[in-house]
Design a protein around this ligand. Structure first.
Ligand code: UD1
Length: 416
């Protein structure tokens, strides 16, 4: 069987890594168990990178860290409007399909590449499997919701991360035999890398990834005084206080609904500077879109000048996981981080009015709470959330073995 799988943007990489590794395990198992069967049922896997995210820090570092095979084909699409990204991807991917004629196209998540490649595959009469199917925010203003709806409508196999997502698909009339509840593939990656990430030193992560030098002293991360720790720290300084317990908040924010309008972004920045940073340092791993908008709205200088606000480059997977393990609080509008906070137990304020991942919410046993972007909400929740204890939760089948279940289903005679 020949499978083409697609990656395009950062959140795809942690979903495709376990899938690629599960195919490798499947092929090795077949070869060792039964040579003849192995030749017959082995999976030929071609990995296509659309190139929606192209910076080393947004893309290549994830291939290295997560040991994702080098993409066989790079479409080099890059930035653009949504129509440009989707259109250019479709034009380039059609040629790939015509040349390679796969049995299946496997797409993950909800980015523009997911939607563009599903449409192209179906028009070429090639079966589509969607990993992370059935998520719904019911918010048609979110570009990802449109990508999810289109992809799920076209898919022949829909692999869901939780039963709420399976239920969404049933309500939309998707036939039962297409819906496969397999668990959350992101958690495969988290479990595979948890130990490695735990070895990283938080101050080293900060020193390595600081975006702008500022007056912030790394000593402020420690409840105890640390003399003269101006950035950059020397190696000996770093190791001298790496054993101390830090208290910090962690943040990511990039959604157009939060960063594309000054009326919304500015009060959030005020809240961060006047409240969050007053309590403890805030580490903000900044997405290119957010950085661009902060500069455009004239807010960049203010955040750079805020002593307790540490701006970081986009982080590697291990670095983000390590910081999430140590943070007192997560502030985010990312979907994947909501899920990781759920499993790690990090109290999470989700800066969105809705979520396609309700299973991560406190009312479903998770660690996250929706606060939207109204400042009264942020203030109210911030006052209480930091008093909560870490309570890690593991929804059913978020067990680190989702990719194996997917490959087993795809390799079964019915799917083939
Ligand atoms: C995309 C996904 C979103 C995901 C997010 C995570 C869609 C519709 N959205 O949003 O679901 O949560 O990625 O990162 O697919 N840029 C760079 N360097 C890069 C990539 C982008 O500078 O490597 C710039 C682009 O020029 C663009 C901006 O960042 O101006 C946004 O990139 P884009 O691909 O349009 O979408 P994201 O906001 O990253």
């Amino acid at each position: 069987m020949k499978i083409i799988s697609i990656v395009g943007a950062r959140p795809n990489f942690m979903k495709i890594a376990p899938f690629a590794h599960a195919i490798e395990r499947h092929n090795t198992d077949l070869l060792t168990k039964n040579k003849e069967r192995g030749t017959k049922n082995s999976i030929e896997h071609i990995l296509v990178h659309t190139g929606q995210h192209y910076d080393a820090r947004m893309s290549k570092t994830f291939f290295d860290t997560l040991k994702i095979p080098h993409p066989d084909i790079d479409l080099g699409i890059g930035s653009g409007t949504h129509a440009e990204q989707v259109g250019n991807t479709m034009i380039a991917f059609e040629k790939v399909l015509q040349e390679h004629q796969p049995d299946w196209v496997v797409v993950v998540g909800d980015v523009n590449a997911t939607c563009a490649c599903s449409i192209t595959a179906k028009k070429e009469h090639i079966k589509v499997a969607h990993i992370e199917a059935g998520l719904r925010s019911f918010d048609m203003e979110m570009p990802e919701e449109i990508n999810r709806l289109v992809t799920d409508r076209l898919s022949d196999l829909l692999f869901t991360p939780d039963e709420l997502s399976s239920e969404n698909l049933r309500k939309e009339g998707v036939p039962e035999e297409k819906i496969k509840f397999v668990g959350n593939i992101m958690i495969d990656t988290l479990e595979a890398h948890r130990e490695e990430a735990a070895k990283l030193d938080i101050t080293e992560i900060i020193a390595k990834n600081r975006l702008v030098p500022s007056s912030f002293q790394l000593s402020a991360l420690s409840p105890q005084p640390f003399p003269g720790a101006l950035v950059p720290l020397s190696k000996s300084q770093i190791s001298a206080f790496s054993f101390l317990n830090f208290s910090f908040s962690l943040m990511t924010m990039h959604r157009p609904s939060n960063v594309d309008s000054k009326e919304i972004l500015e009060p959030i920045i005020d809240f961060l500077i006047e409240e969050v940073c007053k309590n403890n340092p805030l580490l903000w791993a900044i997405h290119p879109r957010a950085k661009k908008q902060l500069k455009a709205f004239g807010l960049w200088e203010r955040i750079v000048a805020t002593e307790n606000l540490i701006l970081l480059h986009p982080l590697s997977y291990h670095e983000m996981l390590r910081l999430n393990m140590g943070a007192d609080l997560m502030l985010t509008d990312s979907g994947g981080l909501q899920e990781e906070c759920c499993v790690l137990g990090t109290p999470c304020m989700t800066l969105r009015w809705n979520t396609e991942r309700p299973i991560t919410l406190r009312e479903h046993g998770g660690a996250s709470v929706l606060v939207g972007n109204a400042i009264e909400n942020l203030q109210r929740e911030y006052a209480t959330i930091r008093t909560l204890n870490r309570t890690p939760q593991r929804p059913p089948l978020w067990d680190g073995h989702t990719a194996d279940r997917i490959v087993e289903i795809m390799a079964s005679p019915i799917s083939a």
